[in-house]
Design a protein. Structure first.
Length: 490
């Protein structure tokens, strides 16, 4: 049997062994195989990486913006050439199907493509005459060292929400990947090196809480991008801002979908299945609650049940598999507890995922509950598993009223053909990312990933122009230019 490798940290252009004696296993959730051990690096190791990132910062921030962008152009090309390998790593460490992993890689690449626009995105403004002989000009500069803390569910896309734009705008970066899915980043480093990224610009410190708290306390780290659950995001936001850093924390969700009588039922069923059970429901944009208008309720439920029963569950690397495992045994257990609780609280079980568990990996089948009420745990909590709640509604207003009671407000979808319903939904729903006649309205990299309420803490979101703002600070020059003296002219 081959020895299980312990992952290293990547600091100042070198892979270095962590000095920590503690590590945890990284599993393939579809097979329970231990693929590697991830060290629980210490705060001192994080501090050292941040200091070296600070040292690298002087040269990198003075590297011409088009030259920085050119490195990212090369990186984009290498990512395209390595799409399949990147996707296979994601499927092995996360469990999602290969098709979904390829989709994730594509979304990550789009962030790199957006960041190659840094030369125009970083441009400032100017006004030639703000008073007699006086002009004003605004320049953008990097903030310094940026820390990134990422979740397990998108090992490629979420880091790519952060570091491409951060480094394109002249910052250096220290990433703490999820300890559950830390493998993909090794490949990213290989491709960044091959793109010509100088040493110290991108660094990786593996670990868990200690590294996160180290990032939040470190004197060199000026900005922190976090994506993960609400309780951790709240901690990161409070502690980071307490230490006078700028922080963006993208957190949990409980996304609602409203399906009206005039919707195309077959299309809505297809989209809802993709949105609720794709990635085993482990998506911050997953459809967790579906509210369906009375007129089509029975037809929708019957079709949804039949189609969901046909879902193929298994190892995401195998052909035709749609539903992979959840990330760990603990998540499977928690999901089972939620199903038990849903039954106890009086929701009606339409499809029971417990009947389709498999011990080959952390598998649990898709679950659908009907007659869910807003005072049930099932409706309130982010379950982050293939569990869907259905509520019958009288009309659109009723659907919006239900959705707006949630503490979360990441995404929300509407299925309808009516322009006035679409407008009402857009104007009245509490959510930052809306989908009309589609299931997962994750915005492209050019737009901000803009959760509301407890789905986000901060003011500037990831991606889009918000991302550029978050990773830069401004300098405004007000200059007086006296009239040239032409008196001595010939
Ligand atoms: P998590 O909060 O458990 O972990 C996220 C990161 O925080 C990891 O790197 C982890 O090591 C660290 N961490 C965990 N507990 C910590 C603690 N007590 N102190 C300090 N650091 C800690 O999240 P997860 O389970 O990896 O990911 C799932 C969550 O992420 C879900 O809630 C999901 O909605 C959310 N998410 C949100 C978005 C978004 O854009 N809003 C996108 C993806 C995922």
């Amino acid at each position: 049997m081959s020895e299980i490798k312990t992952l290293k940290n990547y600091v100042n252009g070198e892979w270095v062994e962590s000095k920590s004696t503690e590590s945890i296993n990284v599993y393939n959730p579809a097979t329970k195989e231990v693929m590697a051990k991830v060290p629980l690096s210490t705060k001192e190791e994080l501090d050292q990486a941040a200091e070296l990132a600070q040292d690298a910062s002087d040269e990198w921030k003075n590297t011409a913006v088009p030259k920085r962008a050119r490195i990212l152009f090369k990186f984009q090309q290498l990512l395209m050439e390595n799409k399949q390998e990147l996707a296979e790593i994601i499927t092995k460490e996360n469990g999602k199907s290969l098709t979904e992993s390829l989709g994730e890689v594509q979304r990550g690449i789009e962030n790199v493509e957006f960041a190659t626009g840094a030369p125009s995105l970083m441009m400032g403004d100017s006004l030639s005459s703000i008073a007699t002989d006086i002009e004003g000009t605004n320049y953008r500069y990097p903030v310094g060292v940026v820390g990134g803390i990422t979740p397990f569910n998108f090992p490629m896309m979420v880091p790519c929400w952060m570091f491409p734009m951060a480094i394109a705008t002249g910052n250096t970066f220290v990433l703490k990947p999820s300890e559950k899915t830390p493998l993909l980043v090794e490949k990213l480093v290989e491709l960044l090196e091959a793109s010509g990224l100088p040493k110290g610009v991108f660094n990786v410190v593996n670990g868990a809480h200690d590294v996160v708290n180290g990032i939040l306390e470190n004197e060199h780290i000026k900005a922190v991008s976090f994506v993960g659950s609400k309780p951790v995001g709240e901690h990161v936001y409070k502690k980071g801002t307490d230490n006078l850093k700028r922080v963006q924390a993208l957190t949990g969700a409980k996304n609602h979908t409203v399906i009206l009588d005039d919707a195309n039922v077959d299309q809505a069923v297809k989209e809802v299945i993709g949105a609720a059970f794709g990635s085993a429901g482990e998506r911050c944009m997953a459809a967790a609650v579906i509210t369906v208008e009375e007129g089509i309720y029975d037809e929708f439920i019957q079709k949804l049940k039949t189609e969901t029963e046909n879902i193929k569950m298994g190892n995401g690397l195998d052909d035709g598999v749609f539903l992979g495992p959840v990330i760990r045994e603990q998540n499977k257990e928690t999901t089972i507890q939620y199903i038990e609780k849903g039954e106890k609280e009086g929701a009606k079980l339409l499809l029971d995922g417990r009947e389709k568990t498999s011990d080959d990996g952390y598998f649990i089948g898709p679950t659908i509950f009907e007659d869910v009420q807003t005072d049930m745990t099932l409706w309130q909590d982010e379950i982050f598993a293939p569990v869907l709640s259905i509520i019958k509604i009288k009309d659109l207003k009723d659907g919006v009223r239900v959705a707006n009671q949630s503490e979360f407000a990441n995404g929300a979808c509407l299925f309808s053909d009516s322009a006035s319903s679409i407008r009402y939904f857009r104007e009245n729903i509490d959510a930052g990312m809306l989908g009309i006649n589609l299931g997962v309205p994750a915005p492209m990299a050019i737009f901000p990933f803009s959760g509301w309420k407890n789905s986000f803490f901060g003011s500037l979101h990831a991606n889009g122009k918000d991302g550029v703002e978050f990773y830069t600070r401004k300098k405004v020059v007000t200059a007086r230019h006296l009239e040239p003296d032409f008196s001595g002219e010939a």
